[in-house]
Design a protein around this ligand. Structure first.
Ligand code: NAD
Length: 507
């Protein structure tokens, strides 16, 4: 790998401590960092290099997936870390930084390749990019890259403004937008599985799939992020980015040995084919919710509007469920149901694919048939399980589901940030959010934002510790489906079964 100076804005922040230092450390242990590598941490506080290095060590002890206890390894690792004071708006700090970097590059005989990681609030992105440009930090003879974290804008217009301003200092190829869901190992496997697994390849698409469900449920409420979250809600915080990225990764169809360019192009195609909603459609396709008081894992929790720093009359959304359709040859007529919420009954991120049932028409009396499923578990555990129905040889007429499970556990699985930082160091943008798809995602979401703003969509309260408002179940029941793996009374599932069969036979 090419020599790199890793310039970290926000080096004293929470993300740096919890994710970035542990990721760098694990890459180091796995010998996945460049031979010549130095880190320059930046923050407003005065810190000596020694104190900074001690803080980094401390964060590794607390947050690294591998125990960081070998003093020799630790010492060698933190030796590469320097610290410099920088206030985002102070131009002289950038010149001082430039001097420090040039001095390091000369001492270590490193090529001037510089990766700028902005682990700071999004309000600083444009100022920092402009100052990097103006100070000459980005004009050395090597490469430069900019890594930023979501949120990329607040709506379609602000996202376009942000992109236009960043583009003055960095080209699209130089910008790496982190959506950490794309770093999750199971999400990265989706692409390979489709390309290389003949069974999945044969089943992929509308000829065999009845519907697809993408869920990201959290148990937690707003926590300390109240001020931020109350202006953002589930739609902006989760749906526009993580959930739509999961949809894209699942539905892109790639040639073998595809490049990062193929991935970018195919994701754009999916977003281009997503049937647009207009403001008036939103009500029939989107369920907007906010949690009320309830009980989670035996503990009582307050409702959203009673959380500290949330206004008693807040109309912010903490839950969204939506039905989407992709109008292309591969996916036409397959409904995609996507939901995400806070204070839900359990924590899980998963994709469930429900297959059509070829036997249903032939044996329509067979009410006990369970559909074939593929389940991709993404969080908290990783795994794929297939549920195939098969005829029981002992009892001629009975079908029995076969489960095939594959689960990965333990500290061998790299964290999302490890994968993503490793890729950014390599200059591989496959698993980053490219501008095309960010813009198209905002474009798709904008009518929902407008409908919320104009109160065209009711805000349904749901009890904390449930699976969201009843309207979310109705969204699927209308089509004859139900959310898989919500522990509903069997009765509910039974009652919609008949409709589901009707849906298949109408296709
Ligand atoms: P934080 O508040 O803990 O840290 C922010 C950092 O920015 C600090 O180091 C602070 O010193 C620095 N900073 C603030 N004002 C500055 C200024 N004027 N000049 C120079 N430095 C300044 O925030 P965080 O949780 O580390 O988040 C950083 C970014 O990452 C945010 O954009 C956030 O939205 C995003 N993010 C965070 C997480 C997470 O898990 N914490 C997850 C996803 C995205």
């Amino acid at each position: 790998m090419e020599a790199t100076t890793f310039v970290l804005f926000g080096a004293t922040g929470d993300l740096a401590k919890r994710k970035i230092y542990p990721a760098l450390y694990n890459l180091y242990v796995d010998q996945k960092l460049p031979q010549s590598f130095s880190v320059i941490g930046l923050g407003r506080r005065e810190l000596s290099d020694e104190t900074f290095q001690a803080n980094v060590e401390q964060s590794l002890r607390m947050f690294s997936r591998r125990e960081a206890k070998d003093p020799v390894v630790l010492k060698n690792f933190v030796r590469a870390f320097r610290y410099s004071v920088l206030d985002v708006g102070r131009k002289e700090d950038y010149l001082k930084l430039l001097k420090l970097i040039e001095q390091q590059e000369a001492e270590l005989r490193m090529e001037p390749n510089r990766l700028f990681y902005l682990s700071v609030g999004p309000e600083f992105f444009e100022t920092i990019a402009a100052n990097i440009q103006e100070s000459g930090l980005g004009s050395a003879n090597g490469w430069k890259r900019l890594v930023i974290e979501k949120p990329f804008g607040h709506d379609l217009q602000s996202a376009r403004d942000l992109n236009r301003n960043l583009s003055k200092a960095f080209t699209e190829e130089e910008i790496f937008r982190i959506d950490h869901y794309l770093g999750k190992p199971m999400v990265q496997k989706l692409e390979v599985l489709q390309q290389s697994h003949p069974v999945l390849q044969a089943l992929w698409g509308n000829h065999s799939m009845a519907n697809v469900q993408i869920t990201a449920n959290e148990i937690v409420g707003v926590e300390e992020r109240a001020g931020y979250y109350d202006h953002v809600g589930a739609l902006r915080d989760m749906f526009q980015n993580h959930m739509l990225q999961l949809l894209m990764m699942l539905t892109i169809q790639l040639p073998n040995n595809s490049t990062s360019e193929n991935v970018r192009f195919n994701k754009k195609q999916v977003m281009d084919s997503l049937e647009a909603l207009n403001k008036e459609d939103v009500r029939s396709h989107v369920v907007r919710g906010q949690y009320g008081a309830g009980t989670i894992q035996g503990k009582s929790v307050v409702g959203y509007t009673s959380e500290p720093n949330i206004a008693a009359n807040s109309q912010n959304d903490t839950f969204i469920a939506a039905k989407l359709q992709i109008a292309n040859d591969a996916w036409r007529d397959v409904p995609f149901y996507i939901r995400t919420g806070k204070r839900m009954k359990d924590k899980s991120t998963r994709i469930v694919i429900e297959f059509k049932e070829p036997f249903v028409q032939a044996q329509s009396n067979d009410e006990d048939l369970t559909p074939n499923l593929i389940v991709f578990e993404i969080n908290p555990n990783e795994g794929i399980s297939l549920q195939f129905n098969t005829r029981d040889p002992q009892q001629q007429r009975e079908f029995r589901p076969i489960h095939i499970d594959f689960h990965e556990r333990g500290d061998n699985v790299p964290e999302a940030y490890e994968n993503l930082i490793g890729d950014a160091l390599h200059g591989d943008s496959t698993f980053f959010a490219h501008w095309d798809e960010v813009e198209l995602s905002w474009q798709w979401v904008q009518p929902i934002l407008d409908a919320y703003e104009e109160n065209l969509v009711p805000l349904h309260r749901y009890e904390a510790g449930t699976y969201g408002p009843a309207e979310s179940d109705e969204l699927l029941a209308k089509d004859g489906f139900h959310w898989w793996f919500d522990d509903k009374p069997e009765q509910t599932i039974e009652s919609i079964k008949g409709e589901r069969y009707a849906y298949y036979t109408n296709r």
